[in-house]
Design a protein around this ligand. Structure first.
Ligand code: PLP
Length: 384
């Protein structure tokens, strides 16, 4: 085969070179905590599963190929991947992060700052002046989350990464919402890419996981070193399950995205919707930017109700198929109210600045028949 493999082939072909015991096609689970040494001086390739494990390596290699990365670490949650990125920074580093990032990321960066370990500057990444001003003080890390959670704002990865690199900062992108099927941040200039594999990569809503990958082998080595030193690695069982979920990633994303496009077009015309956020709509402010760096708009849609925040409770009560819960990317269509659910870790003023108000709802479109999802939302609107 010549040239890069497509995501569908990468995930289908991911298996060990050979299972020397039985030649199994599906990778077994190597759950052992420890591995035999031939003698006390010769360290085997696999010695201790906190440090290195065959299932984690198989998943890591697959994610690296999907993202065009040179290495990194499989962690036990998205949050531990974020923590790992921060852990590698020297004390007192400046971190420039989006003011409208995932609430857990915001809370983590803020809390580490509150302990005096780093300085956080939260900015609107689409505001050139604010971003340039944030870079006046030498930054160690610039954090990108695009599309952002929950408002699906698009950050110009090429531009932000270019400016950050000129200023000497490393650049990380949280690629959880787009997935490597739709966006490859390292190719667009980032040094690091992180995932909550809890979401689409596993896709089955039954575990926690994360990944932090690097474009540079030296940086990748450092990630592995810190993941081992801090004990942040995911288990062999979880790595095996995530790889199992990953097998159908492209099929799931294709269907979820097709449905999201239909639902967004329907919501955009709905008389009870005041505002819709979906980068796939031609009317979205950053539609062209999204198309220039993503190969599709994804499966997340957020919207505000015309009748304001009081109406959200009535709307949500009317839903049956669409479930009120805080996660995204899985087989099941989930809806949440970010201000009181996923982003409650953000102080109210920060929520206000980011536009995360009480009338905002976030929908993660799943695999149900799109007509049934629209019928369920219609019932919700009827309750308002
Ligand atoms: N990044 C994004 C964009 C997320 O939405 C989430 C969780 O919702 C995380 C990171 C954190 O991932 P986890 O819940 O696996 O720790």
């Amino acid at each position: 085969m010549t040239g890069p493999r497509t995501p569908s082939t990468i995930v289908a072909a991911a298996r060990p070179g050979a299972d020397s015991a039985y030649g199994s096609v599906t990778p077994p689970i190597w759950s052992s905590d420890t591995f035999c040494w031939p003698d006390a001086e010769t360290k085997p390739e696999y010695d201790y599963s906190r440090t290195v494990n065959p299932n984690r390596n198989l998943l890591l290699d697959t994610l690296c190929e999907l993202e065009g990365a040179k290495g990194g670490a499989i962690t036990n949650s998205g949050q531990s991947a974020a923590l790992l990125a921060l852990l590698m920074l020297p004390a007192g580093s400046v971190v420039v992060a989006p003011h409208d990032c995932y609430g857990g990321t915001y809370r983590l960066i803020q809390a580490v700052q509150d302990q005096g370990k780093l300085k956080a500057v939260f900015v609107d990444m689409s505001d050139d002046r604010a971003f340039n001003a944030a870079l006046k003080e030498p930054a160690a890390l610039v954090w990108i989350e695009t599309p952002s959670n929950p408002l699906l704002r698009i950050t110009d990865i090429r531009r932000i990464a270019g400016r950050a690199k000129e200023a000497g900062a490393l650049v990380i992108a949280d690629n959880t919402l787009a997935t490597p099927c739709r966006q490859r941040p390292l190719e667009l200039g980032c040094d690091l890419v992180m995932h909550s594999t809890t979401k689409s990569l596993n896709g089955h809503g039954d575990l926690f996981g994360g990944a932090l990958l690097a474009s540079d082998p030296v940086l990748a080595e450092r990630i592995g070193w810190w993941a081992n030193a801090a004990g942040l690695a995911g288990s062999a069982q979880d790595a095996s399950q995530i790889l199992r979920g990953l097998r159908t990633l492209t099929l799931r994303i294709d269907q979820q995205e097709r449905s999201a496009i239909e639902i967004a077009a329907w919501l955009a015309k709905h008389p009870q919707v005041r505002e819709i956020h979906f980068p796939g709509l031609a009317g979205h402010k950053q539609h062209d930017l999204a198309s220039s760096q993503q190969s599709g708009p994804g499966f997340m849609v957020s919207f505000r109700l015309k009748q304001g925040s009081d109406a959200t409770a009535r709307f949500l009560c009317g839903l049956g198929l669409v479930t009120l819960a805080s996660s995204l990317g899985g087989f099941s269509t989930l809806i949440c109210k970010p201000s009181t659910m996923t982003h409650r870790g953000m102080p109210p003023e920060a929520q206000e600045t980011a536009g995360i108000t009480g009338d905002l709802l976030r929908l993660s479109v799943g695999l149900e028949d799109v007509a049934d999802i629209i019928a369920d939302l219609t019932t919700g609107f009827a309750q308002i």
